[in-house]
Design a protein around this ligand. Sequence first.
Ligand SMILES: [Zn+2]
Length: 213
Amino acid sequence: MTEKKLIKSWENLPLPPEEIEKRKQKLEKLFEEVLTTLGFDWKNDPNMVETPRRIAKMLFELTEGNFTPRPDITVFDLTQMDNDELIEYVPVFVGPVEIKSLCSHHFLPIVGEVYFEYIPEDKVLGLSKIPRIIKWLARRPMIQEFFTKQVIKTFLKLLPDIKGMAVYVKAKHMCMSIRGVNESNAYMITEAFYGLYEENIELRRNFLNKVSK
Ligand SMILES: [Zn+2]
């Protein structure tokens, strides 16, 4: 195998399809070994014979945000609009955006929703691009606290003149529900605010009121 550049769980390094295919084949072999080591006669078990292949395929599906390029975004420049008055830009709220992720500690599912709001300056983002970016960021092994901040950082890179941003993430972590403390009803909730939302309590309150709890 050619030398592989390794990345951190929150990073992105798009791979050509043939490289992904190569890694899937290697993973399949490794999972055959895992099942054998666990003590399963998987080769002669009709329910398990395809499992190493399935797991290899699934792992690349669940880490799409690590190995596929960022979705394209559309930016609309409002300064091109014909108006003489100063526009008072309004907050743009999007949510809930469903996320399905993995925790980077146990590789168990995290399922939840994200609510996002921003106050544009002179440019706005194409509406459907917002959930796409959020879902792409979530498709990586994550720590929810970091992911919440990463949403803000990513949109800020795409639209540096954004005036304010608010992110609210509510998710269930299977590593807490099905093992360890075995607490299945608890959610993890994280919030992050940027720009105008950092100083303006009223803006934050209005945002949180729109979040369906
Ligand atoms: Zn975990």
